[in-house]
Write a protein that binds this ligand. Structure first.
Ligand code: NI
Length: 393
């Protein structure tokens, strides 16, 4: 067993502060949207190559995977950072603000990428581990339905770069810089969209008996959908079904042919998510059927629930407590946002962590948001120590 002082400490990263801040602000000034991360990927790959990593480019689009093996250890760990920016016009007024109007690192992925680079440089220089580390620089996290995580998995990520467990992080506005929030089990929501088209039979408003009125059916369905969460979901669990859009008809004296509805469905448990879909489909189909109408349901699955495995979360918590002290490591509440790191966690054990971005930080995706550079060395030191502890000979 290695002595504690053989693992990375915060003080080891103090000398890298200026370098990491420079990298972060360079990435911030040069944002690239999902699927367009050419220059960011090149920048990342060149640095990793210069530090001695075996680098594979273009994994699932602009994805970059860097691999380093040291010693005889058979274990393998993966750490993921996302690289893409958002279509937002930056309003921070910072000297290193985006040089590209309408594109902005408003979710802190510039910081995530920089922290993993910081750990990469340190791990290659010190090599105090025994086994294999895989650093995954992922594109297109913000893409929605067909995202970078899915693309990298489809391109053989698990087979080409085998690993036992995976870790990732997101910065967290509202928590102090350099503090950590963790949660075992479900942590971030699945967000699905459902588009429903009810087809009845159009006709004259004065002769409803000769028509099939999709407006009545849609209204019936809106009310019935409310019973799913209240009557079918365990009261100790949570879920949301919102009918955000409903459109039918143009005139008071015409029964329309169609009614269209769009729903947002959120849940924190894969089983609840399945149950919601089953109940929404069944109610929709049976209500339409009851009125002799036909219905088309387009159930669009967004990112799944982020479910952290217990063992890896406890491990990450222990490492963070060693690094920053237990008073700076807390329990994360459920987060209603979603994150495509969930696709990795569906197949591998691991944990997604939250790193404080400051109590006064603007919220994510806001045009005044900025990643807190004070957190850079904490994040880099965490990835380094987590790797050394996981691959401790
Ligand atoms: Ni993000």
């Amino acid at each position: 067993m290695t002595q504690d002082n053989d693992f990375a400490r915060l003080s080891d990263f103090e000398p890298m502060k200026a370098e990491l801040t420079g990298i972060r602000q360079h990435l911030h000034a040069n944002p690239e949207l999902s699927f367009e991360e050419t220059e960011t990927a090149r920048f990342v790959a060149e640095k990793l190559e210069s530090w001695g990593y075996e680098v594979t480019r273009n994994v699932g689009g602009h994805g970059v995977v860097a691999r380093l093996t040291t010693g005889a250890g058979k274990k393998s760990i993966a750490i993921r950072a996302d690289m893409d920016a958002l279509p937002i016009l930056e309003q921070t007024g910072r000297p290193y603000a985006s040089k590209v109007p309408g594109k902005m690192h408003a979710c802190g992925h510039d910081g995530h990428t920089t922290m993993l680079l910081g750990a990469a440089e340190y791990l290659a220089r010190t090599r105090r581990f025994s086994g294999t580390v895989n650093l995954i620089f992922q594109p297109a996290e913000e893409a929605g339905a067909v995202s970078g995580a899915q693309a990298m998995i489809k391109d053989g990520l698990f087979e080409r770069f085998p690993f036992d467990a995976i870790f990732g992080l997101h910065n967290h506005p509202g928590a102090p810089e350099g503090s950590w929030l963790m949660r075992s089990g479900p942590m971030m929501a699945a967000a699905d969209t459902v588009e429903i088209t009810i087809t009845g039979k159009g006709g004259h408003a004065s002769r409803p008996h000769l028509a099939i009125d999709p407006v009545v059916i849609a209204c019936n369905l809106v009310v019935s959908l409310q019973t799913i969460v209240s009557r079918s979901i365990d009261p100790t669990q949570t879920a949301v079904i919102t009918v955000g859009s409903i459109h039918a008809g143009e005139a008071s004296n015409v029964i329309p042919e169609y009614a269209k509805m769009a729903l947002s469905v959120r849940s924190f448990d894969p089983k609840i998510r399945e149950l919601l879909e089953k109940r929404i489909r069944k109610l929709t189909e049976s209500i339409a059927e009851g009125y002799d109408a036909s219905v088309e349901i387009d159930y669009i699955h967004g990112y799944p629930v982020v479910v952290n495995s217990q063992k890896e979360t406890e491990f990450a918590r222990a490492v963070a407590e060693e690094l920053v002290g237990p008073e700076k490591v807390g329990l994360c509440n459920l987060i209603p946002g979603s994150e495509d790191f969930s696709y990795f966690l569906e197949r591998k054990p691991g944990s997604f962590l939250r790193l404080g971005n400051g109590l006064n930080s603007a919220m994510l995706h806001n045009d005044k948001y900025d990643f807190a550079d004070e957190s850079l060395t904490v994040g880099a030191a965490m990835w380094a120590r987590l790797t050394e502890r996981y691959l401790d000979a």
